[in-house]
Ligand binder design. Structure first.
Ligand code: GAR
Length: 226
């Protein structure tokens, strides 16, 4: 695939950036019809920025404290992201609520991943809440971003069992492995034109999804969509 055919992505990340790394690796392995044009973070110390630079990707810290209010920050973020002409904006652990103006500008062209079986457990502290509720399974979800936090049209989910003795840390680590498999897969669906958002719904291969695609992970190296 020649570079010009790959969909440009801008990835927004606040922290560790392990999902970003999974996307970088998938692109490098030829598993993704997309290339990362830029990574933007709201934190100067985000490991995600370092990962991007190590991969030769443009990386920028845009800090909220440098702007008078959230609206000014969102406008600057939209200008920065837009300057890279992304075909898709990918939220990968971007832990900031994005304003309506930004969301509207990129509606239908922005994805998020969340470490629960959405619509259950949106927001923060997901794994602790899953354990406290005594859930027997959890998972990861990918959805289109709309103005409601963690609540846009669902695209795909992967399920995994909660094990006796799980802590928020062990659960987070297992869910993360699944995240690293499903996010590049869903991004590739979008990049190859199979996935779109229309009329407030996710469409895959020309069909509106009544429920999210269940991505079954038999082994961590194997991803199958049903
Ligand atoms: C991931 O678990 C991601 O699902 C979560 O933050 C983590 C980022 O990890 N995102 C959210 O909770 C969004 N609501 P990473 O920086 O290693 O990719």
């Amino acid at each position: 695939m020649i570079e010009g055919e790959r969909l440009p992505l801008v990835v927004l990340a606040s922290g560790r950036g392990s999902n970003l790394q999974a996307i970088i690796d998938a692109a490098a392995d030829g598993r993704l019809a997309a290339r990362i044009a830029a990574v933007v973070s709201d934190r100067a110390d985000a490991l995600a920025l370092q990962r991007a630079r190590e991969a030769g990707i443009f990386a920028q810290a845009l800090l909220p404290r440098d702007f008078p209010d959230p609206a000014a920050y969102d406008a600057a973020l939209a200008a920065s992201v837009g300057s890279h002409r992304p075909g898709l904006v990918v939220l990968a652990g971007f832990m900031r609520i994005i304003g309506g103006g930004f969301v509207r500008r990129f509606t239908g062209r922005m994805l998020n991943i969340h470490p629960s079986l959405l619509p259950k457990y949106p927001g923060l502290d997901t794994h602790r809440r899953v354990l406290e509720a005594g859930e027997r399974e959890t998972g990861a979800s990918v959805h289109f971003v709309t103005e409601a936090v963690d609540a846009g049209p669902l695209i795909a989910r992967a399920r995994l069992p909660v094990r006796p003795g799980d802590t928020a840390q062990t659960l987070a680590a297992r869910v993360l492995e699944f995240e690293h498999l499903i996010y590049p897969q869903v991004i590739d669906w979008f990049a190859t034109g199979r996935l779109r958002m229309r009329d407030g719904r996710a469409w895959l291969d020309g069909r509106a999804l009544d429920k999210p695609i269940a991505i079954r992970l038999k082994h961590t190296s194997q991803v199958a969509a049903s």
